[in-house]
Design a protein around this ligand. Structure first.
Ligand SMILES: Cc1cc2nc3c(=O)[nH]c(=O)nc-3n(C[C@H](O)[C@H](O)[C@H](O)COP(=O)(O)O)c2cc1C
Length: 430
């Protein structure tokens, strides 16, 4: 009997049950890279590329990730690590973790509920969620779903009236921090989006029809009302005609006369913490301080704007050296592991902003996917801190990392070396 097919089948079922049924691929995804793969499987290329892609040859986007991997840890063993405290405080805000969910617009383009699930996940995890001006739901619609802290990311549109109106609405929903993105006076050229004929709202064309049919869940989600668009501006943008992203930006967003004075105007309208997102040089960081910003995001927009900008981890040391304790420094770009969070903080950031990582979670499984991403990052961060022997966020300093010395000069302006004085031809002395 022991060897009968029936008993073998029963034994197999018993072992399977003991091993735990894991039907949900999210549960067995150990890393953000695995979540990214799930997202890729779930989306048509056009939608995955909106999230994953960057500008031109994607040099900067690639280096954001690769340079973080250049940073090496210096563990200090035999430290009591029985308590690891990942909480922190910036500008009067007590945070459970040293990171926040950064602004990612266009979330309905990746299907599902767009930003709605992500904002719910952030609330459940009590992590600040940064609402993007380019969200596909209005900030009020998102705030209704929020149970955690909200930050608001502002694009400085052409019209001062629109900008002031957005700031007032951000106050109205109780946003705690205003993040002004300064690196989009012009929209970066994203080859993948051009090749895919990306438009807002998305269009089903002969080129992408097969993909749309193969990803029916996505197709159904993007067809659901309301029509996908920049809903925060729904009273400003007329009609629902498909308009290419580039056209939209050129018409409504591109503000070619934006200067530091414009930031002073915003400062006058916002009493809470004000951070400028997109800073890559020590000079701009110091200038941000002078116009009244409380903080900066060391950011290159995830490599989606000016390609060949420095990676953000490379730009970080000299910016931290320039602004010292004087400003909140948020690190943004290429973060895919909890180790990356620990590295950026050790190099000198006060806080880290998560970009595509949560977008992959949202694309893979909406609210549940974002929660899984947070779970992975939390676990990896605590593990890294424990293995380093750094038991609190303030304890994570430069003594825990090594990175190329040259990064301290990254982003610094260098005057050309003065030409060596050429000696006038004279008489040769013996
Ligand atoms: C799909 C997508 C949409 C984004 N939308 C915005 C936005 O609306 N406002 C903004 O300031 N940054 C936006 N960003 C940039 C992110 O906030 C962040 O700077 C970038 O994603 C960081 O790089 P990472 O994704 O490699 O972490 C977007 C990025 C992506 C990938």
């Amino acid at each position: 009997m022991a060897d009968s097919p029936l008993s073998a089948a029963l034994e197999f079922a018993r072992m399977l049950a003991a091993g735990g049924f894991r039907l949900d691929p999210l549960d067995s995804a150990p890393s953000i890279e695995d979540i990214r793969r799930l997202a890729r499987r779930r989306l048509p290329t056009m939608a995955f590329d909106i999230l994953d892609g960057a500008s031109n040859h994607e040099l900067t986007a690639g280096e954001n990730v690769a340079d973080l991997r250049e940073v090496r840890f210096r563990p200090r063993w035999l430290t009591d690590i029985s308590t690891i405290d990942v909480s922190t405080a910036v500008d009067g805000q007590e945070l459970e973790r040293p990171y926040v969910l950064g602004p990612l617009g266009l979330q309905r383009m990746i299907g599902g509920e767009g930003e709605l699930g992500a904002v719910r996940a952030a609330g459940r995890a009590n992590i600040p969620f940064t609402l993007s001006t380019a969200s596909n739901w209005t900030m009020e619609e998102l705030a209704e779903q929020a149970t955690g802290p909200l930050w608001y990311q502002l694009y400085m549109y052409k019209s001062e009236r629109i900008v002031s109106n957005l700031i007032q609405r951000a106050k109205g929903i109780g946003a705690e921090v205003l993040v002004v993105t300064v690196d989009v006076p012009l929209n970066g050229k994203r080859y993948r989006d051009h090749r895919n004929g990306m438009s807002i709202p998305p269009r089903i064309t002969p080129a992408n029809a097969v993909q749309a049919v193969r990803h029916l869940n996505w197709t159904r989600a993007i067809m659901r009302p309301p029509t996908i668009g920049f809903r925060n501006l729904k009273d400003e943008v007329q009609g629902d005609n498909a308009v290419s992203h580039q056209e939209f930006v050129a018409k409504y967003l591109a503000n070619l006369t934006l200067t530091w004075e414009s930031i002073e105007d915003v400062r006058r309208q916002w009493d809470g913490p004000l951070y400028l997102k997109g800073i890559l040089t020590p000079e701009d960081a110091q200038r941000a301080r002078r116009v009244g910003a409380d903080g900066i995001y060391v950011s290159n927009h995830g490599g989606r704007q000016l390609d060949s900008s420095p990676s953000t981890i490379r730009a970080l040391p000299s910016i931290v050296d320039a602004v010292g304790e004087d400003m909140t420094v948020v690190f943004d770009g290429g973060v895919r592991t909890g180790d990356d969070i620990a590295k950026a903080i050790a190099v000198g950031a006060d806080l880290v902003s998560i970009g595509r990582a949560w977008g992959y979670g949202n694309a893979a499984a909406g609210e549940k996917g974002v929660l899984r991403v947070l779970d992975i990052l939390d676990g990896e961060l605590s593990l890294a801190m424990g293995q380093l022997g750094a038991t609190s966020v303030p304890a994570l300093d430069r003594s825990f990392v090594e990175y190329p010395e040259a990064w301290h000069g990254a982003g610094m302006h260098r005057e050309p070396e003065p030409a060596e004085a050429v000696e006038a031809p004279g008489e040769l002395t013996p």
